[in-house]
Design a protein around this ligand. Structure first.
Ligand code: CP
Length: 306
């Protein structure tokens, strides 16, 4: 792999290799190893054109744990605001002998576009492009599921909410299918479903009560109000009543169900605080595990296996 742009085209062996490599970067307590010299001398640029808390900071931490030098480009105070094109920004950063770009962009396909125009020795990691893909988020979610459940065999996973705008859900569905999850359910109102979602091999439900029955994993998605054009929902209150995850609804799932969310969460919109902070929630573990998973992807792109 030179670039990491999507989970769609990757094999089961490739995905499993990422999870195993991430495991090797954790210590016996499950935390991330402190610092190793695997990427010493390499320069990694975080190029985020969209807001981020978790992805940007954990990529920075992961790069530092691998002993790389990290540049964080603040787009709002960069020459982009003076009209410099994405490609020209890239060319100038390339001239500083960068080895890897981590890019988040509001447009689907931006990371792939950059990967096609970049020097052959530079890697690009997609940190979320439009509605298209967020592959490192999907991999840290797969890591969390494997950690909590042991394997993907026999797993029933429900992905709930705003599928229409979710790059995370698309990347998760591809990864879950490849890793062999038994059943992937989608629970959403009709207005928040992409066309032909069934072609991805998922079962669609429009009622929480039916869709959550006996599932092992619940993935809640944020209602992406900033990407909505027009009225797709009557109100947030109504949405919570119909599709919000409450403790009563969690009780419909398997007794050992885990509740996940990529963040940021909207409390009282897609998930209640009681569930988000409750014993079945692994939302903060997802963030902790993301450092090892991002270390794994960066080191593998740089040609290293631990
Ligand atoms: N999950 C996720 O991508 O969060 P951020 O937008 O904070 O990076």
């Amino acid at each position: 792999m030179q670039h990491f742009l999507t989970t769609e085209s990757l094999s089961k062996d490739q995905l499993t290799n990422i999870l195993d490599t991430a495991e090797s970067f954790t210590n016996v307590d499950g935390g991330t190893v402190k610092k190793i010299p695997l990427l010493r001398g390499k320069t990694i640029v975080n190029l985020f054109f969209e807001a981020s808390t978790r992805t940007r900071t954990t990529f920075e931490l992961a790069a530092k744990r691998l002993s790389a030098d990290v540049l964080n480009i603040n787009i709002s105070s960069s020459a982009t605001v003076k009209g410099e094109s994405l490609l020209d920004t890239l060319r100038n950063l390339e001239a500083m002998h960068v080895d890897m770009f981590i890019i988040r962009h509001q447009d689907s396909g931006a990371a792939e576009f950059l990967s096609r125009h970049i020097s052959p020795h530079i890697s690009v990691i997609n940190a979320g492009d439009g509605r298209h893909a967020h592959p490192t988020q999907a991999m840290l979610d797969m890591y969390t599921i494997r950690k909590m459940k042991g394997s993907f065999d026999n797993l029933k996973v429900a992905i709930v909410g705003d599928l229409l705008h979710s790059r995370v859900a698309r990347s998760q569905i591809h990864a879950l299918k490849t890793l062999g999850a038994k059943e992937i359910r989608i629970i959403a109102p009709r207005t928040l479903l992409p066309a032909r979602i069934e072609s991805l091999g998922v079962k669609v439900f429009h009622k929480m009560e039916a869709g959550l029955k006996d599932v092992d994993v619940i993935v809640m998605l944020r209602l992406q109000k900033e990407r909505m054009q027009g009225a797709l929902l009557p109100s947030e209150h109504e949405y919570f009543n119909l599709f919000g995850l409450t403790q009563e609804r969690v009780a419909l799932a398997d007794n050992d169900v885990i509740v996940m969310h990529p963040g940021p969460i909207n409390r009282g919109v897609e998930i209640s605080s009681e569930v988000a902070d409750g014993p079945q929630s692994v939302i903060l573990q997802q963030v902790s595990y993301s450092i090892a998973v991002r270390m794994a992807i960066m080191s593998m792109l740089a040609g290293h296996q631990p």
